[in-house]
Ligand binder design. Structure first.
Ligand code: AMP
Length: 626
């Protein structure tokens, strides 16, 4: 059977024989008490997967592998910031999670309690997360780049019993103190002040411990060789909360369950990523993001694979650093964002070719649109390893649209994250008719509930918000991704951008993505951002900012405008195109279009807690003046 036919049969079964399909996938993990019911769906859209089974994520990620792979490396930790590397075997990880779990219990943390993890990419971060789920505590990892107000609102929402933090992170060689920021947040919160446990890396000479703050090393020493049996939890027990900002209002706490999450993670490694037990996965992301939760921590360890935890930038000390790690640690699967690749693209493929990448079987890119040029470039630069674009969200935890390395790849079409993953009943809805859209016409990307295992079970503490935010966009209750898309005659999807990124020029809806794609197809353009600015006559006009490819002959503005118009039609001709040296982005690589719009309209861009390079905003401001 061809790969396409294999995929189609597999996908069809996942939708039409949902219970049979997931019952089979659920065998990939260990259940202490096997489930009888696959899905309880009495209260749509709340899906309760494997409701009467009990399991434990930490047991499945660690204890379960000891019989066969106690001496295998579980974690390779590399920091190019503090110039250290460390490997941890499954046996060592077992000991760590037991000792850490004993410490948590000693500090009064128990089943259902929240632990806020405010840590950078240090070697301790995975054992911290796993020790929480070992005892049924719910971790909430907050990305280190958040400002104090954002951190305070997350503390207020999760009401944690304990916060685990560090004296400082380090980024691009610059020490970033965490403790003062946390202190500022604690001064703003309205919930009971949680205990603070601090891992001292000795990076911040001005570290100030407050009364009651606990030192991690001292506390941990009390639990040497402790053994804490895993807590067998109902499948629906929350494993973690991860906050994600929405288009409006305060951040939403995406709540993940235990059993469904374990099954989804493990199954995705088998069918999508094609990573086998004993192989090596390197996800160049941060545990503060969903990619980090899923593909640095849970999926590789649930599989019995080795995971690379990297603290540092992809281009420091030089743009070859990631490829050198692929060579050194024989990485089989590399996962990162298109932004990281565009950054490496600027330095040239010589950096890739310097290293022996024969172990690499695939590369996966996600988190934002992968423009055709970048996809083409990295595919040709890597030579043998296929590059897979996969589309998903914090809410789903694993790919909605993807190609399937594990099952056998289908044809790659540049610009498309391929086809729906098993379990996701994806449908494109025409906004006007609210009916399924025809091929090659734009619509809203929606998922018919129930959502498959591994997706958010609700918004933490706010079931109503879960239903209101995600299931009330259309007349029928169907999950909204808030992305618009088209699909072609072969069923391949193309993401056009977030619905909130649509530019409306004289009644024509244009996705920011399409305009950016058009600009990026110009040989001199490395990156592009497009936004809609107010226009008296046409409603909105398109304004664009581009970063040029190193060494390229700078094109004229007219040339760039004509280029877009020639690709998308005269209606898409930008009002202006300005050249800048960097685009303002979040640390996870998303262009901050709303901030660019604010600057264009002469407004304050507001609170931008996770901006990668704050000077990029000034560059936009400068460019707007010209
Ligand atoms: P987050 O929850 O922060 O991971 O953001 C999810 C959003 O990122 C999606 O709703 C999309 O808008 C965008 N996104 C993620 N992956 C892709 C992809 N492969 N192609 C296009 N957009 C993507």
């Amino acid at each position: 059977m061809e790969n396409r036919e294999k995929y189609e049969a597999f996908y069809k079964r996942s939708i039409e024989d949902r219970d049979g399909f997931w019952k089979e996938q659920a065998k990939l993990i260990h259940w202490d008490k096997p489930f009888k019911t696959v899905l309880e769906y009495q209260k749509p859209p709340f899906a309760n997967w494997f409701p009467d089974g009990t399991t434990n994520l930490c047991y499945n990620a660690v204890d379960r592998h000891l019989a066969e792979r106690a001496d295998q490396t579980a974690i390779i930790w590399v920091s190019t910031e503090v110039e250290q590397e460390k490997t941890i075997t499954y046996q060592e990880l077992y000991q760590q999670v037991n000792e850490y779990a004993a410490l948590l219990k000693d500090l009064g943390v128990g089943k259902g309690d929240r632990v806020l993890v405010y840590l950078p990419m240090i070697a301790e971060v995975i054992p911290v997360m796993l020790s929480c789920v070992r005892i049924g505590a719910i971790h909430s990892v907050v990305f280190g780049g958040f400002a104090s107000t954002a951190l305070a609102s997350r503390i207020d929402d999760a009401a944690p019993k304990l916060i685990i933090t560090v004296d400082a992170g380090i980024r691009g060689g610059k020490v970033v103190p965490y403790k003062p920021l946390l202190q500022e947040s604690l001064n703003q919160i309205s919930v009971t002040r949680p205990k603070v446990l601090l891992i001292n890396r000795n990076l911040d000479p001005n570290l100030k411990m407050e009364k009651g703050d606990l030192d991690f090393t001292t506390e941990l020493a009390k639990h040497k060789d402790a053994v804490v049996e895993p807590e067998w939890l109902p499948s629906s027990h929350p494993s973690y909360i991860l906050y994600t900002s929405g288009t409006t209002g305060k951040a939403k706490g995406v709540q993940r369950d235990t059993g469904g999450h374990a099954v989804a993670m493990r199954a995705s490694m088998k069918h999508i990523y094609g990573v086998e037990p004993g192989q090596v996965m390197f996800a160049g992301s941060d545990v503060g993001w969903v990619v980090g939760h899923s593909y640095i921590v849970y999926a590789p360890l649930l599989t019995g694979a080795t995971t690379v935890v990297y603290e540092g930038l992809p281009i420091r000390p030089d743009p070859g650093v990631w490829w050198s790690l692929v060579e050194k640690y024989k990485v089989n699967c590399l996962f990162t964002s298109p932004t990281a690749i565009r950054l490496l693209k600027k330095s040239g493929e010589e950096w890739i070719w310097k290293y022996d990448l024969s172990s690499l079987e695939s590369m996966f890119l996600a988190g934002e649109p992968l423009d055709r040029e970048t996809h083409r470039w990295v595919t040709s630069a890597l030579k043998h390893a296929p590059v897979v674009d996969n589309y998903w969200q914090t809410e789903t935890g694993w790919p909605i649209l993807t190609n399937f390395k594990g099952m056998g790849l289908m044809e790659t079409k540049f610009g498309s994250p391929c086809r729906p993953a098993y379990g996701f009943d994806v449908v494109l809805i025409d906004d006007l008719t609210q009916q399924p859209a025809e091929p090659n016409t734009k619509g809203s990307l929606m998922i018919r509930p129930p959502l498959p295992p591994g997706c958010l079970s609700t918004v933490w503490g706010d079931d109503e918000r879960f239903v209101q935010t995600y299931f009330s966009r259309m007349r029928e209750p169907i999950y909204a991704t808030f992305d618009s898309a088209v699909y072609d005659d072969d069923g391949y999807y193309y993401i056009m951008g977030r619905d909130d990124d649509v530019i409306n020029v004289a009644g024509h809806r244009l996705g920011t993505r399409e305009i950016e794609e058009a600009l990026c197809s110009h040989p001199a353009v490395a990156e592009a951002a497009s936004i809609g600015i107010k226009d008296e006559l046409r409603g909105q006009a398109i304004s664009c900012f581009v970063v040029l490819t190193t060494g390229a002959e700078p094109p004229s503005e007219a040339d760039l405008k004509n280029h877009v118009a020639s690709q998308l039609g005269p209606v898409a001709r930008p009002h202006f195109v300005r050249v800048v040296t960097a685009l303002p982005k979040t640390r996870s690589g998303k262009v901050l279009r709303r901030a660019i719009v604010a600057i264009n309209e002469g407004r304050d861009p507001g609170d931008l807690p996770t901006i990668e390079d704050a000077s990029a905003l000034d560059k936009i401001k400068e460019a707007c003046k010209n």
